[in-house]
Design a protein around this ligand. Structure first.
Ligand code: NAP
Length: 252
């Protein structure tokens, strides 16, 4: 895969899967914009690890809808064009229905949807406007195995990712005539801060047993699938969902 001269924007790229994705694109010649919410130190560290030139940081909370338009405008303003958008930024909040009060419940739903679904929808809107002007592009959305198998401790998370999958498929149909191709990568547990924060040692042990690989994914393995969907030659895969979960949850 060759991304030489391609301009790529990755949301949530300060750490975890977004960071690995930015690094892999840069290794293959891509010029990468790294969006993050607030963790400037990590973002600067990630930027310093990217090979090649022209990469740039974009600090924006994309959970705020006005920031999505600003982010795309700023990116296109300095890069000239947007070839690939990766909607990777995501959050997960515990909110077990038999344990939390109603305020916690509604807060979890609202915050999760703001980042995991509405931000991806708003980013896709402005990205599509920019891509239609330049003859096309690619959008890859990072979903989760949780969209399919149920998330009893974080129902908003599972629902937001199922909605993200459905949105991607709708837009894949709508935007193909504009030469804009979309795909989803749905990871299982991946060795990042999100996974570290949300797992007790017992849950971690159970989880490792779910996969015949007896391990979690590495962020780089998820990045590999993202790069495939963003690559030339993957056009006819538009609308697809690639599972990266070590055969822990197999859909028919
Ligand atoms: N890790 C897993 O096990 C796993 C499994 C399945 C799916 N996923 C999905 O993969 C994606 C990445 O997960 P991860 O584990 O790499 O996450 P992570 O390590 O927690 O990193 C999250 C990234 O998203 C950014 N972010 C969060 N909210 C944002 C907002 N409102 N605006 C801009 N940036 C925001 C963070 O920025 P700051 O650093 O500035 O806070 C950070 O760069 C998510 O969509 C997640 O749902 C992860």
């Amino acid at each position: 895969m060759d991304f030489s001269g391609k301009h790529i924007l990755v949301t949530g790229a300060s750490r975890g899967i977004g960071k690995a994705t930015a690094i892999e694109f840069a290794k293959k010649g891509g010029i990468v914009g790294l969006n993050y919410r607030s963790n400037q130190k990590e973002a600067e560290k990630t930027l310093s690890e990217l090979p090649g030139k022209g990469h740039q940081l974009f600090q924006k909370d994309i959970g705020k809808k006005e920031n999505c338009q600003e982010l795309i405008n700023e990116f296109v303003g300095s890069h000239g064009q947007l070839d690939v958008l990766v909607n990777n930024a995501g959050i997960s909040i515990f909110h077990e229905i038999d344990k939390v009060d109603f305020d916690h419940w509604t807060h979890a739903w609202e915050e999760t949807f703001k980042t995991n679904l509405f931000a991806a929808a708003n980013m896709s809107y402005w990205a599509a406007q920019a891509m239609m002007k330049t003859g096309g592009g690619r959008i890859v959305n990072v979903s989760s195995r949780g969209a399919f198998r149920g998330e009893p401790t974080k129902p908003a998370y599972g629902a937001s990712k199922a909605a993200l999958n459905a949105m991607t498929q709708s837009l894949a149909k709508k935007l193909a005539p504009h030469h804009i191709y979309l795909g989803v990568v749905a990871p299982g547990f991946t060795e990042t801060e999100m996974a570290a924060k949300t797992l007790t040692p017992m849950e971690r042990g159970n989880l490792l047993r779910e996969s015949p690989f007896q391990r979690m994914a590495q962020p780089k393995e998820v990045a590999h699938a993202i790069l495939f969907l963003a690559s030339e030659g993957a056009e006819y895969s538009s609308g697809t969902i690639i599972d990266v979960n070590g055969a822990s949850y197999l859909r028919s």
